[in-house]
Design a protein around this ligand. Structure first.
Ligand code: FES
Ligand SMILES: [Fe+2]
Length: 347
């Protein structure tokens, strides 16, 4: 199974018209937590090849249920581990049968001793709310923050309903949507949208609030309050309340780089139990459908736009400039590039 065969491909015709290099100019993949699968996509004992962060990777789940993400190539003689197997808590290479533990170290070879240097690269993993998340840092450092564990069935909420699309874009572009209230009316057809208060930025966490007026059946106004939390550029949470119905919805927008220019964008919705079970699930489905429809409207714009370092901001835009200042912390590559001595090229 390849997890990338599932998501629908968005706007590919439009993409052909954009020129690489003009599309966006970010210094690389931002540091942070990224969704690499739903929990259901990797069953106990299963080995799943994936491509994220520009690398071939292997997701597997041990027999006791722990998920791991490793490099795809065996350090012994380079076999691809897609055809590897799970042996208890280890991953076994199909070529010579060496086995690797969850920390990537070789724990079994032919002889009595194992090659001490034989180690698979591993990525830190968290698993909750039905998702497997991996920590990305270009230097492979340990996580610098955590992402929230949200209420689930034990706390009176549904599980998350997830949809996914593949888009030629970047997590900074897709997360910018959270603060770009200006496009909500024009592109998504909301009755009105307005930012409430200032952005709050606490290290990796950005918080903001805005109001939306939907027009049901084109004429009945429905007000919604959106509280946005951006926990790094791969994980945006929107806590939605609909005061008129006393309903609460959690939306997730989860952007994961396949490489420097393509992402898998997962959108998810969960609702607090609201009246009869059928109603609760109707609200969740409607929220999931609506969010997926909106990113479907965004996708052709993302795929063909240029990233402008200096956009001509206008009254009515959201706090775009603050958001972009917040984003800079996720690129340690940028600091390195500034201090590196570039070779002088003769004209
Ligand atoms: S290549 Fe994997 S055990 Fe030899
Ligand atoms: Fe949007």
């Amino acid at each position: 199974m390849n997890l990338h065969s599932g998501p629908e491909r968005a706007g590919s015709a439009a993409k052909q018209e954009s020129k690489l290099g003009e599309h966006f100019r970010f210094p690389g993949i931002p540091v942070g937590w990224y969704t690499v699968a739903t929990s259901k996509e990797v069953k106990a004992g299963q080995v799943v090849p994936v491509k994220y962060f520009g690398e071939e990777l292997i997701l597997y789940r041990t027999e006791s249920g722990e998920a791991h993400l490793t490099g795809a190539y065996c350090p012994h003689m380079g076999a691809h581990l897609a055809k590897g197997t799970v042996q208890g808590e280890n991953l076994k290479c199909p070529f010579h049968g060496f086995q690797f533990g969850g920390d990537g170290r070789c724990v079994h070879a032919y002889g009595k001793s194992v090659p001490r240097k034989a180690k698979l690269d591993t990525w830190p993993i968290r698993e909750h709310n039905g998702y497997i998340f991996a920590w990305y840092h270009p230097e492979r450092t340990q996580p610098e923050w955590d992402i929230p564990v949200l209420p689930g069935p034990e706390e009176g909420w549904t599980t998350f309903r997830t949809r996914a699309i593949q888009v030629s874009s970047h997590p900074q572009e897709t997360s910018e949507n959270s603060v770009d209230v200006g496009h909500f009316v024009q592109l998504h057809g909301f009755g009105d949208a307005w930012y409430e208060g200032d952005l709050e930025i606490q290290g990796h966490l950005l918080k903001g609030a805005y109001g939306i007026k939907y027009m049901l059946a084109g004429k009945i106004p429905l007000l919604a309050k959106f509280n946005v939390e951006v926990h790094g550029l791969g994980y945006s949470l929107v806590r939605v309340t609909l005061p008129r119905f006393d309903a609460e919805i959690n939306l997730l927008v989860l952007s994961t780089p396949i490489d420097a220019e393509n992402i898998i964008l997962r959108t998810s919705a969960a609702t607090k139990n609201w009246g009869p079970r059928a109603w609760t699930y109707f609200v969740r489905e409607a929220a999931s459908f609506g969010l997926n429809r909106e990113v479907g409207q965004d996708a052709p714009v993302w795929e063909t736009k240029r990233y402008l370092d200096k956009p001509l901001l206008a009254e009515g835009d959201g706090p775009i400039a603050e958001y972009r200042r917040y984003c800079k912390q996720f690129y340690p590559q940028r600091a390195e590039a500034k201090t590196a001595k570039l070779p002088v090229v003769a004209a």
